[in-house]
Design a binder for this molecule. Structure first.
Ligand code: SAH
Ligand code: SF4
Length: 348
């Protein structure tokens, strides 16, 4: 089995180098090539001798995600379809913002959580991604920017909002976060990394203890009955427990929690819902992202009309919340929230 260097932290890489009978500083050099130079092969690591490079080739793997296809939306959003070593397909989305890019990455192939509105849920669950596969999505997308714009540093934000429930793959996700934020690796600011969860309460507590990233919670309903119908996870961890965990989540100065709320016509979009939501979140340092439901084939629900969306927003603003209407980007290429499926080769 070949070692997966992108899944290791600094001391593990140094230890590995030692086991290979290399000096520890070789570990640091390798990390520099992997994460700063974004090298795609050991041959590019020109500060290493030929012998060292051929040793690396024999015992280590360098790439874990292979770009199978990319698609560009009319709004500039680009979807990447990655093929993993075992042929499994996952997606990432590169989203252009005003002065930077955000990458939305996957933590699992498929998802077990079964949310009614989500296309990823429909495809079922294949497997958890390894930390090397999670980190490599960011590396590959940053390399794509390097090659196309010459400005890899414009990729400043990472969101775990692609396929899968990140907290259901806790250990690998945390390892990946560590390399995404480590200064000797990808060096993203913790403030610019956001993990989105459907609400697995014990893991929210653990996340607060083990990482310093932003937390987003997909709330999507203002009462237990509706939420349980939309999101089965609510039967195990109902709103009261979920919001308690959110209230005790450690928030560094000036940071806020994010709550995502998909608006679905006739299901969770009434004025009463907005008022109930404002009561649920009362007193929390939180902002609310309102996402009109993104359509996909076979979905028997729809987004409210735009007037109702604005009405819902205004009620929250009236209660002094920051409530932003998020028009999901990339709808025309199935790259918007809840549209990721990892199998669009059918159209080739
Ligand atoms: N599993 C995690 C992260 C991935 S889903 C989570 O559920 O939070 C990312 C976001 O897409 C979630 O906020 C989810 O509620 C949203 N989403 C899923 N299906 C959607 C759809 N059809 N329209 C709009 N948003 C959707
Ligand atoms: Fe999984 Fe998130 Fe989709 Fe729910 S919304 S099925 S948790 S990916």
């Amino acid at each position: 089995m070949q070692s997966e260097l992108k899944g290791m932290n600094q001391s593990e890489t140094e230890l590995w180098a030692k086991e290979m009978e290399l000096a520890p500083f070789r570990g640091r050099q390798i990390r520099h090539w992997l994460f700063k130079e974004l090298a795609g092969s050991f041959d590019q690591m020109t500060s290493l001798s030929k012998d060292v490079r051929s040793l690396l080739k024999d015992f280590a793997a360098i790439e874990h995600c292979h770009i199978a296809q990319t698609r560009l939306s009319s709004d500039g959003t680009r979807k990447f379809l990655f093929r993993l070593e075992d042929g499994v397909l996952v997606e990432s989305v590169l989203i252009p913002e005003k002065d930077h890019f955000t990458v939305c990455i996957s933590s699992q192939a498929g998802c077990t959580m079964g949310c009614r509105f989500c296309l990823t849920a429909k495809q079922g669950f294949t497997r958890n991604l390894k930390s090397s596969e999670i980190v490599d999505q960011v590396v590959q997308v940053r390399r794509f920017l390097k090659e196309t714009t010459g400005r890899p540093e414009d990729l400043t934000n990472v969101v775990f909002m692609g396929m899968g429930e990140p907290l259901a793959n806790f250990d690998e996700v945390i390892k990946a976060v560590n390399n995404i934020t480590a200064s000797d690796a990808l060096n993203f600011s913790c403030r610019r990394v956001t993990l989105s969860t459907s609400g697995i309460v014990p893991e929210i507590k653990r996340l607060g203890e083990e990482a310093r990233v932003n937390l987003a919670v997909s709330l999507n309903a203002s009462d237990d009955e509706t939420r349980s119908r939309l999101m089965p996870v609510n039967r195990k961890y109902p709103l009261k427990e979920l919001l308690e965990a959110c209230r005790s989540f450690p928030l560094p100065n000036r940071r806020m929690l994010t709550f995502e709320y998909i608006l679905i016509a006739g299901v969770n979009d009434s004025d009463q819902d907005a008022l109930r939501l404002s009561r649920l979140l009362a007193g929390m340092r939180a902002k609310i992202n309102l996402i009109p439901l993104n359509p996909h084939k076979g979905l028997d629900m729809s987004a409210p009309n735009p007037e109702q969306v604005i009405e819902f927003q205004n009620i929250l603003i009236g209660k002094h919340f920051t409530a932003i209407i998020r028009k999901s980007k990339g709808q025309d290429i199935g790259a918007a929230c809840g549209q990721l499926k990892g199998q669009w080769l059918e159209s080739l």
